[in-house]
Design a protein around this ligand. Structure first.
Ligand code: ADP
Ligand code: MG
Length: 608
C-alpha cells in the first residue's frame, strides 16, 4: 500500500488498501483473542483449582462430620442399648429448650404488659385532650382520669372497658357542665338585653317629651318674635310713608299711583301682583322667571271699587274749590284700563264724572257767601293738534291754538266751555264730548286710544263778601296708549302718530320729573300737551299720575315700560335736610334693583 503511494498511483484500489489493514487487524484481533482465551483458561483453571480445593475441604469436612456422626450414632446406640448412663448432647439441648421456652413466656408476658400500658397511655392522652378543652373542669378531669389511669393500670380488659365507660361518663359530665354554664350565660345575656331594651325605651320616651317641650318653647318664642317683628315692620312702614308724604309735599305735591286692573280672563296668569304687606310695592315676574319689586306712592289694591279709588283722589280734587290747580293723568298702554278709570262704564262711572260731581257738591255746601261757576271743556290732542270735543263745528281737520292772554295765562281762544248747574248737566256734557271723540276718530280712521283726552274743569269762585275771585283748574287726562308702535314698519300717518304720542308722553314725563325734583326750569314748551297744562302743573298745583298696568303675562313688556315711567317721574329730590335724605335713601335701597327695558320717556334734563 505504501509502495502504491510512492509509485504515483493516484487512485489506489480501495480493496487493496483495506485488505492490508484488515489482515493486520485480523492478526491483532486473533492475538488478542488468544491472549484473552489464555487468560480465561487460566482463570478457569484457577476456579477449577479452587473448586477442587473446596471440594477437597468439603470432603474432608464431610468425612469429619461422618466421623462425628458415626461417633454419635455409636454413642446413641450405646445409650439406647444402655451401655452409657446419659446422652450428654440431648440433655444440654433439652435444658436449652426449656430455658428458651421460659424466656419466650416472659417475653410474651412483657409484650402483653407493654401493649396494655400503651393502651392506657393512649386513653390517658385522650382524657388529657378533653381536659384541656375545658380548663374549668380540670380538677374533675384529673380525678376522673386518675381513676381511669388507676383502673387502666390493672391491665385487664375489664378494667379497660371500665375506663372507657368512665371516660365517656367524664365527657358527658363535662358536656353537661358546659351546657349548664352556657345556659346560665344565655340567661344572663337575656336579662341584660331586656334591661337595655327597657333603658332605650325610657330614653326614647324622655327624648320625645323633651323635644315636645323644646318645640313648644320654640314655637311660642318664634310666634312672639314674629309678632314683634311684624309690629316693628308695620310701624317702620308707616313711618316711611309719613316721611315720604312729607317729602312729596315739600317737592311740589306730585304723586304716582299704580292701578293694576283685574285679569280679564280666568285663563290668564298674573305676572304682576301687589305686595300683601306694603301697599306701595308691586312684584313683577319677568318672562325669564326673574322677579323684581318696584314701589310707588301707592298701589291701588285690585279689589278697590271705582268709588274707593275716587275716595283716594277726592282730597286733591276738592282743593280745586280753594283755587288750586289739579292734574290727574291716566298713563298706560292700550287696554290697561285708563278709560275705565277716567270715564268708566255708565253704570259705574270713573274719576271724571265723580270729580265734577264732587266739585259741584262742595260748591253747593260752601255756596252761601261764595258764588261758584263750574265750566267744562273737553279737548283732544291728536298729532300735537288741539281739537274741541264740545264744539259742534269740530271735526278732525279743524284745530285750536294756544295763546297767552294779557294776564300772561295760556288760553285756547275759541274753546267751547259749558257751565254745569246739575249732575245731569255734568253727565250730558261728558257724554257729548265722549261721543264726538268716537265720531271724529271714526271719521279720520283713527284709533281712539291714539290721542290724549282732557276734561278741563274751571272752578270760578267769587267771594261776595270780599269781592275776591279765584280760579281753580282741574285737568282730567286720559292719555294716549303708551305702547311702542314699531317705527321701523310705520309709515305716513301711523309714523307721525307714533312719533307724536312718544314725544308728548316723553315730554310729560320730563315735566313731571322736573316738577317733582323741584327743578327751576321745567320743559313745558316742548309739546302741546305740557304747554297746555303749564298753568295747571306749576306753582302749588297738585298732580296725580295713575300708572295703569295690565297684570297678564302677555303685557309684561308694556308693564315694565310703564313701571319705568312711574319710577322715573316718582323720584324725589330732597333739599330740605339730611334726615329726609336718609329716609329716602332707605326707601330707595329697599327696592330690589332690576334692569328693565329702557323707559319710553327719556327726560332730556335731569338734575342731581
Ligand atoms: P285703555 O283705556 O287703557 O285702553 P280700557 O279702559 O278701555 O283700557 O280697558 C280695557 C278693558 O279692560 C275694557 O274692556 C275695560 O272694561 C276693562 N277694564 C279696565 N279696567 C278695569 C277694571 N278696573 N275692572 C274691570 N274691568 C276693567
Ligand atoms: Mg282708553
Amino acid at each position: 500500500s505504501i509502495d502504491n503511494h510512492q509509485m504515483g498511483d493516484q487512485s489506489p484500489s480501495h480493496s487493496d488498501y483495506s485488505s492490508g489493514v484488515d489482515s493486520t487487524n485480523y492478526f491483532q484481533q486473533c492475538k488478542y483473542i488468544h491472549e484473552v482465551e489464555l487468560v480465561n483458561m487460566k482463570l478457569q483453571m484457577r476456579i477449577l483449582e479452587t473448586h477442587l480445593e473446596t471440594k477437597d475441604r468439603l470432603l474432608r469436612n464431610l468425612e469429619d462430620i461422618i466421623d462425628e456422626q458415626e461417633t454419635r450414632i455409636a454413642n446413641m446406640e450405646d445409650f439406647i442399648q444402655g451401655r452409657t448412663a446419659e446422652y450428654t448432647p440431648s440433655t444440654v439441648m433439652l435444658h436449652g429448650i426449656s430455658a428458651l421456652s421460659i424466656d419466650f413466656g416472659a417475653l410474651s408476658e412483657e409484650n402483653l404488659r407493654l401493649k396494655e400500658e400503651m393502651r392506657t397511655r393512649m386513653r390517658k392522652e385522650r382524657i388529657n385532650d378533653l381536659m384541656e378543652a375545658d380548663e374549668d373542669y380540670e380538677s374533675d378531669m384529673t380525678s376522673v382520669s386518675g381513676e381511669g389511669c388507676e383502673s387502666a393500670r390493672n391491665g385487664t380488659n375489664e378494667v379497660m372497658t371500665q375506663s372507657a365507660i368512665v371516660a365517656s361518663k367524664a365527657r358527658a359530665f363535662i358536656d353537661e357542665h358546659q351546657i349548664s354554664r352556657l345556659k346560665r350565660c344565655a340567661e344572663e345575656l337575656k336579662n341584660e338585653k331586656d334591661e337595655l331594651k327597657r333603658l332605650s325605651q325610657d330614653m326614647k320616651d324622655a327624648f320625645t317629651v323633651c323635644m315636645g317641650e323644646v318645640r313648644l318653647l320654640l314655637e311660642s318664642k318664634t310666634v312672639d318674635f314674629f309678632k314683634v317683628l311684624m309690629e316693628r315692620y308695620k310701624a317702620e312702614m308707616e313711618r316711611r310713608k309719613t316721611l315720604h308724604n312729607q317729602l312729596v309735599e315739600l317737592n311740589g305735591n306730585i304723586r304716582v299711583f299704580y292701578r293694576i286692573r283685574p285679569l280679564l280672563s280666568t285663563r290668564d296668569q298674573a305676572a304682576i301682583r301687589i305686595d300683601s304687606m306694603d301697599e306701595g310695592v308691586v312684584h313683577l315676574e319677568h318672562s325669564s322667571g326673574r322677579k323684581t319689586s318696584r314701589s310707588a306712592d301707592f298701589v291701588i289694591p285690585t279689589r278697590f271699587t271705582q268709588n274707593q279709588i275716587f275716595d283716594k283722589v277726592s282730597p286733591i280734587v276738592t282743593s280745586c274749590i280753594d283755587g288750586y290747580n289739579v292734574c290727574i293723568f291716566a298713563y298706560g298702554h292700550t287696554g290697561s284700563g285708563k278709560t275705565y278709570t277716567m270715564e268708566g262704564p255708565s253704570s259705574d262711572p270713573g274719576i271724571n264724572q265723580r270729580a265734577i260731581l264732587q266739585l259741584f257738591e262742595s260748591a253747593q255746601e260752601r255756596g252761601r257767601d261764595i258764588e261758584y261757576t263750574i265750566k267744562l271743556s273737553m279737548i283732544e290732542i291728536y298729532n300735537d293738534k288741539i281739537r274741541d270735543l264740545l264744539s259742534p263745528s269740530s271735526s278732525s281737520s279743524s284745530s285750536l291754538l294756544l295763546r297767552r292772554d294779557e294776564s300772561g295765562h295760556l288760553s285756547i281762544p275759541g274753546l267751547e266751555g259749558r257751565i254745569v248747574n246739575s249732575p245731569t248737566d255734568v253727565e250730558n256734557v261728558l257724554k257729548e264730548g265722549s261721543n264726538s271723540r268716537v265720531v271724529a276718530a271714526t271719521d279720520a280712521n283713527e284709533n281712539s286710544s291714539r290721542s290724549h283726552v282732557i276734561v278741563r274743569v274751571h272752578v270760578h269762585a267769587k267771594n261776595n263778601v270780599t269781592g275776591m275771585t279765584t280760579i281753580g283748574r282741574l285737568n282730567l287726562v286720559d292719555l294716549a296708549g303708551s305702547e311702542r308702535v314699531s317705527q321701523t314698519n310705520a309709515t305716513g300717518q301711523l309714523l307721525k302718530e307714533a312719533q307724536a304720542i312718544n314725544k308728548s308722553l316723553s315730554e310729560l314725563g320730563n315735566v313731571v320729573f322736573a316738577l317733582r325734583q323741584g327743578q327751576k326750569h321745567v320743559p313745558f314748551r316742548n309739546c302741546v300737551l305740557t304747554r297746555m297744562l303749564e298753568d295747571s302743573l306749576q306753582g302749588d298745583s297738585k298732580t296725580l299720575v295713575l300708572v295703569h298696568i295690565a297684570p297678564e303675562e302677555a303685557h309684561v313688556c308694556e308693564s315694565i315700560s310703564s313701571i319705568n315711567f312711574a319710577e322715573k317721574i316718582g323720584q324725589v329730590q330732597t333739599k330740605v335736610n339730611s334726615a329726609f335724605k336718609r329716609a329716602e335713601s332707605v326707601r330707595k335701597s329697599s327696592r330690589i334693583p332690576g334692569k328693565l327695558d329702557s323707559p319710553q320717556t327719556t327726560p332730556k334734563k335731569t338734575t342731581k
